[in-house]
Write a protein that binds this ligand. Structure first.
Ligand SMILES: NC(=O)c1ccc[n+]([C@@H]2O[C@H](COP(=O)([O-])OP(=O)(O)OC[C@H]3O[C@@H](n4cnc5c(N)ncnc54)[C@H](OP(=O)(O)O)[C@@H]3O)[C@@H](O)[C@H]2O)c1
Length: 330
């Protein structure tokens, strides 16, 4: 018998997530498993902003939704012997009994000798979000100007680097001076601004004078994005990836609407969910792996140690506490 710990939803979210939203529950899982089954123990788990949204959790008492990298500890399936590393969508839980391995075990990325945790970051969902969400929707061309919000985060930091690889001028906005310094010095962004300190219009008049942003990859939404749209070039492309500044809203936001800017500059604005390209993920993983190996793509992980700290790590996403991809190491 193993004791599985799992984080469940104790209260529906309202506003920013708080400790009261989560409850740690224990469950016993028998090690006496059936043929074809495997028992796995979590090694790395991820917290992501999407977990705040209603779709990620069905009802009270549900285990919080999400992906993890786990190790097989008991096996009655020759395809997955003890010690095999697997990728599961089993949620915030320390142990998982996998009954249908074909259905429940996700294909692992080809990792070479990279840290396994990258399968939750640059070589996983956030990496594919950056790769496909930026390249497919923004269609960047050499010499163009690309703006990224949430630039020091899991997705944003990769988007900026892909834009540099494609020969673009890159402008990033992030929420601390330390994050901005990393973007500029280590990742080679051309202009970086701490959005908490600068006037957005003044910054953009400097970095992209006379409405010269060709592509905008938007992670944050809200008023920030409304302002950016006024600095876009005619026929600019906007990839709406996320809207983290709005996820905790308790009231419908009011303020200037973006439609006139979209109309005047004839912008193409498109939202996406990364699973749109799920059938092509291997293509994205291959490209990311090559860039990482060539030293063209750097990754940063913000590792929180301890399964018990999952809610804390999750809540930190909405405070900017994570610097790079937020990962939990069990
Ligand atoms: N469409 C898709 O399929 C898809 C897939 C993955 C992710 N996403 C979205 O992409 C965005 C980034 O996700 P991620 O996983 O890379 O997270 P992340 O950027 O690693 O972490 C979230 C970051 O958002 C910033 N933030 C928090 N509250 C903010 C606010 N009110 N205004 C502006 N920035 C705020 C913080 O950075 P600062 O310190 O810079 O403020 C924080 O570190 C999220 O909106 C997420 O929902 C979409």
């Amino acid at each position: 018998m193993v004791i599985c710990k799992k984080w469940t939803l104790a209260q529906k979210f309202h506003g920013k997530p708080t400790p009261a939203n989560f409850k740690l529950v224990e469950e016993e899982i028998s090690e006496n498993i059936n043929d074809g089954e495997v028992l796995c123990e979590a090694v790395y788990l991820t917290v992501d902003p999407y977990m705040r949204t209603a779709e990620a959790v069905n009802s009270l008492g549900d285990t919080m939704y999400g992906e993890q990298i786990a190790k097989v500890t008991v096996s009655k399936n020759p395809k997955y012997p003890v010690g095999t590393i697997v990728r599961l969508m089993s949620g915030w839980r320390s142990h998982t009994l996998v009954k249908d391995t074909e259905k429940e075990i996700r294909r692992s990325a080809e990792m070479s000798d990279l840290p396994l945790s990258l399968m939750l970051g640059a070589m996983g969902m956030p990496g594919m979000t950056a790769y496909f969400g930026f390249l497919e929707i923004c269609q960047p061309k050499e010499g163009e100007t690309v703006l990224v919000s949430g630039a020091a985060g899991a997705v944003g930091s990769l988007v900026g680097q892909i834009a540099k690889i494609k020969g673009c001028k890159v402008i990033g906005f992030a929420g601390s001076d330390e994050k901005c310094e990393w973007l500029k010095k280590d990742l080679g962004f051309d202009y970086v601004y701490n959005y908490k300190k600068v006037d957005i219009d003044t910054a953009l008049n400097e970095a992209a004078p006379e409405r010269s942003v060709d592509c905008y990859f938007d992670n944050v939404g809200g008023m920030f994005t409304v302002k950016v749209l006024n600095h876009m070039k005619t026929f600019g492309r906007v990839s709406i990836c996320g809207s983290i500044s709005n996820y905790n809203n308790t009231e419908v936001p009011t303020g200037p609407l973006p439609f006139i800017a979209i109309l005047k500059s004839q912008l193409k604005v498109e939202g996406f969910i990364v699973l749109r390209w799920y059938q092509r993920w291997q293509e994205g993983e291959k490209a990311m792996l090559q860039w990482i190996k060539e030293g063209k793509m750097k990754y940063k992980e913000h590792i929180t140690e301890g399964f018990e700290k999952m809610p804390e790590a999750f809540m930190g996403l909405f405070e900017g506490s994570n610097f790079g991809k937020a990962i939990i190491k069990v």
